[in-house]
Design a protein around this ligand. Structure first.
Ligand code: SF4
Length: 339
């Protein structure tokens, strides 16, 4: 879970102000020397920042960069995104995964047009009220588009601050989210939040990584609470631990949700028949699909429809459309397509 908050005017008494100032200076120096020249770091356009931040959630920078350019070429403005057919937005998202993010992005664009006359909200409170905008994204937009000294945490930022101030985060963190956020809030320089938050993100991505922190050549070594123990704690992790987060999820519903959207996207782009019958869809996405699997796929498609990623309609309605299933328990014949 990510968090955000405006920065405070002064530090709480129990936070070591000397350490905070020293970490700030060295991390900003490190960023000056090592920060990558990324396209979303060259702009303060909130629409571009929004696109980049949503794309960067759970996706590596190298993968995001070409998608970022292509998406902005296809939908260059908030209005273009808001007014595009949803199927086109989902299609443009192909290859990035987590398709719900594409639908939420468009919902955000439409909400800004409808509720703010197209003016991008600037405060964290307003941003948080937009659909699909969580605490991290709200804080990131306030900081990276409007240069506010906001504090927010993603996985990398949380890990770096935890290690610096509380010790090793493995095998388990020693403090909770609120304690790390408190440090994040205390650490943001009021006049340089943009550079500080970019530096923290970059440091977590390049230097203080989850599995291989480069402690030996780290400029923050002398201030780091985790330095004495983190390498041995990582080495002591059971062999399988490394694999958990990378485990294939071919048996999970998330995998099949992605497969369904891939098939619908393919249909939408061919321009011929845009919808597919649910059993045919099942046979396309899963080997050995049988009638027994139809209720499972029906549930999956219903969830996708609820998330705005699919539309399901009966081929020839034989019962009250408000009823989820006919009384005899048989599954209706559905055709499924992108919205
Ligand atoms: S010394 Fe190691 S754990 Fe501490 S901040 Fe540097 S890279 Fe991260």
């Amino acid at each position: 879970m990510a968090s955000s908050s405006p920065a405070p005017e002064s530090l709480p008494a129990d936070i070591d102000a000397t350490k905070v100032a020293s970490v700030q200076r060295r991390l900003l120096d490190w960023f000056d020397a090592n920060g990558r020249d990324l396209p979303w770091r060259r702009t303060r356009d909130p629409y571009c920042i929004l696109i980049s931040e949503v794309m960067l959630q759970q996706t590596q920078v190298d993968r995001v960069t070409p998608y970022y350019h292509a998406f902005l070429e296809r939908f260059p403005t908030l209005v273009a995104l808001a007014e595009a057919p949803t199927a086109e937005v989902i299609t443009a998202w192909a290859g990035l995964g987590y398709n719900r993010r594409a639908v939420n992005l468009q919902r955000t664009a439409r909400a800004i047009l409808d509720q703010h006359d197209g003016r991008f909200p600037e405060t964290i409170e307003e941003l948080r009220r937009l659909p699909g905008i969580g605490p991290y994204t709200a804080g990131a937009i306030a900081c990276f588009a409007f240069e506010q000294p906001s504090a927010f945490l993603d996985t990398n930022m949380r890990r770096v601050l935890h290690r610096l101030y509380f010790g090793s985060d493995v095998p388990v963190p020693v403090v909770n989210e609120a304690a790390v956020l408190r440090i994040a809030i205390a650490s943001v320089p009021p006049d340089n939040g943009w550079s500080w938050n970019q530096a923290l993100i970059e440091f977590g991505a390049l230097q203080c990584t989850a599995r291989r922190p480069a402690c030996v050549v780290c400029p923050l070594q002398s201030s780091c609470a985790a330095y004495p123990t983190v390498q041995s704690a990582l080495a002591a992790l059971p062999r399988g631990t490394r694999l958990v987060s990378d485990a294939p999820f071919t048996s999970s519903n998330r995998y099949y949700r992605g497969r369904v959207v891939d098939v619908l996207r393919e249909l939408a782009s061919t321009g011929a028949e845009r919808s597919i019958e649910i059993r045919k869809l099942g046979a396309t996405i899963r080997d050995g699909f049988s009638d027994d699997d139809v209720p499972w796929l029906y549930g999956l498609v219903t969830d996708l429809a609820r998330d705005g990623l699919a539309v399901a309609a009966e081929e020839s309605p034989a019962y009250d459309a408000g009823t989820d299933r006919p009384e005899d328990g048989t599954m209706p014949t559905l055709r499924v397509r992108l919205p």
